[in-house]
Design a protein around this ligand. Sequence first.
Ligand SMILES: [Zn+2]
Length: 470
Amino acid sequence: MKIYNTFSKTKEDFIPLNPPKVTMYMCGPTVYDYFHIGNARSFIMADIIRRYLEFKGYDVNFVMNLTDVDDRLINRSIKDNIAVEKIAAFYSEEFFNDLYSLKIKPASFFPKATAHIREMVDIIKNLVGKGIAYEKNGDVFYNVKKFENYGKLSGKKLEELEAGSRVEVNEQKNNPLDFTLWKKTKEGEPSWESPWGKGRPGWHIECSAMSTKLLGKTIDIHAGGNDLIFPHHENEIAQSEACFEQKFVKYWIHFGFLNIQNEKMSKSLGNVFTAKEILKNYSAETIRLFFIQTHYGGPLNFSDELLGAAKKGFEKIKNLAITVDYEINKNTTDGTDLGFDFNSYYQEFSNYMDDDFNTPRATALIFDFIRNVNKVMAENSKINSIFYQKVKKFLQDTAEDVLGIIHFSELYNESNGSIENQLIELLLDIRTQLKQQKNYALSDLIRDGLNKLNIEIKDSKEGTTYKKNT
Ligand SMILES: [Zn+2]
């Protein structure tokens, strides 16, 4: 099995430290708001990597942290006049709800930063003791010049960084690139005792402390969004390796950016969608299928048209799953199981996933499998139910357990969570038929009627999609 390691910029053989155990750490959310669809992509892809490692027989200890003290939380607290703890508790709960809705397996541990202050202080003390960190009026900074090869993950050289430095100017720092380990707190902010007075930790030190506490000094896999490579992950390496004097991470995995309708997602463009909003119109299976059709490391464009296409794909899997369930219940014993080569499909699935988790190829294989099974069913009137059991098993092992794009136990649940969505879809199906019959008066009546209910209809090559505007 090969994994593309951001550190070496090559695909490397995956050899964990203590097989069959695998330790995996993923930078989690700062719980000051709902998470957006770009974060959802990272969480889902990390989930699939973890599930595939388990499929391969590894025992994965997967940790995702929650940042529950941070500038953004404090700013939100001041703006809304609500205590930091209350905001953090509310959005932590919402974070778990959204993971559940997206069918993401819970991590082995979800440590909170505020529960690990002592571990953070210990690392900072160690770094100060070694002369790598320094204190100035209650703040503690990491002196990046003291760490050999600072920039080795992102491939940035210290001199270049200094020349192009736009890091905020802080009078206290010796060097603008030095980063905060401990921050002296202002009146009314959450604070903890430390050898440097009352304060709170910087963001980077949280991950070094929690990953070490729960997974050890060297971990197999560290994952996160591309935007975290610099400075966050660079700083995690500097902290952990200077403190513990051993390699911090064997394999660095980074998830690509998500664009919205070909534009960068940003608050100023007003195109930031939360996972919750997308889940109103699409099922978790459709959203997951949409994400996995692009490799995790590449950029991905997000649009209603593409999600609409993924939805059609999901319907194909679901239709076969329903048929298969129905046929298994009939328990037919005559006929043959047709000598269908299931093993080669398993083999190919593993080959693709072993190649740096190539989910686009693995998904294409599943659709190829579905096409061939449908063909076999169309060509043979008598099929032994053993065949259907094998079809179901293959779909469960791959599409359900690893990719999470079908759930046999939920086949008969409403796919989008409400009768309303199903009625809209029924109307859209009728409208498509009316258009094919060139009955434009009636098809327009449906469109206009839905528009009046704030349901926007979009026609494209892939079919018709809709969006509920609230
Ligand atoms: Zn982190």
